[in-house]
Design a protein around this ligand. Sequence first.
Ligand code: DOR
Length: 427
Amino acid sequence: MSILIKGGRIIDPSQGIDEKGNILIENGKIKSFPKTAKKFEKDSKVKVIDAKGKVVSPGLVDIHVHLREPGFEHKETISSGCKSAAAGGFTSIVCMPNTNPVNDNASVTEYILLKARTEGIVNVYPIGAITKGEMGETLAQIGEMYEAGCVGVSDDGMPVMDSKVMRHAMEYVQAFDIPVISHAEDKNLSGTGVMNEGEVSTQLGLVGIPCASEDVMVSRDIMVAELTGARLHICHVSTAGSVRLIKAAKKRGVKVTAEVTPHHFILTDEAVNEYDTNAKMNPPLRGKKDRKAVIEGLKDGTLDAIATDHAPHSEDEKKVEFDLAPFGIVGLETALPLSLKLVEDGVLTLSQMISKLTDSPSKILNLGKGTLEIGCAADVVIFDPEKEITIERNKFHSKSKNSPFHGWSLKGLVEHTIVDGKVVYSA
Ligand code: DOR
């Protein structure tokens, strides 16, 4: 079945397109941009989707997702994670290796890809671990995982503390032209911290994680990337210091890219008030100055991409005292409306915002996604940027509901998500 998406505002930053028009999808691919819709409307073999007043853009690409399978299927499965992605407008997601077993060898990579092919409704790209078991000691089977389909390596959730191990990883990955993705955190500085170190942590009597814990490691990783010539991608940037360091490194020509999560550009550590465990994540929500700096970093291009760090945890795991709760919140189904706030606040144009969620993240990992180019796979999202919505966590397609945005009124409704020319989600 062919699909004609009629009369929408087509925004494809990868081709510099922002204009009203039609898109024809045939055999799972973008076929053409027909001038008029008339001839297709009469064709019973063409499904017509009216996109008047809606934005039609490349399907969103999230390069930081925890799918939890294998091992933690009570939090999320590859199937439920993909459904959550589709509901959020994402057509391609990249999954982190902190599963059980850890994705540190080709057989786990193959398992994830097989499950994704048979049960997933969006494109799934695995990240392999940097070190065996994410233990930070011995390099994982990076070459074999690359051959099996991994698009990058990371010990996300667990920083690689040993700089020499990081050096070896950065030397090794260059053979495959994939980046090392860094969860930048000095574990010793973080200590037993559970939230940002500052006024709020003092008031709440909780142990803090200083900004320096991130800055020190961003700095180290940049130095090692400079030494080795490797491509480095910094995950979930949360501090003004990181933004400053990345900006300076880019200026010097270091091959570094960076992402920021919606929760870090929307919230501050004040959200932890009342000891809300749904505001507990790593890196933690920071202070006002840091939030301002990451927003500035998005605006000036220091931060290349928006990524969710979708980290599902069950209700039981989160319904404990703050110190004991696991770090992480779900993000796939709230990312688009939260990112649209950047447009409403005049930080980014709509096209720039879409770029941070499509072609820009795709480029970081060489996915070849995030575009509506003729001949490419028809991965498309149609959304209404003006439609008022209320975030209702019980309606999430994710198995987990751990979101601090429950009850928020926002703008931006995903109407349809299309993967390989098939409608995989409709509101
Ligand atoms: O908050 C987080 N949760 N940060 C991480 O780095 C890991 C993630 C998880 O796996 O739950």
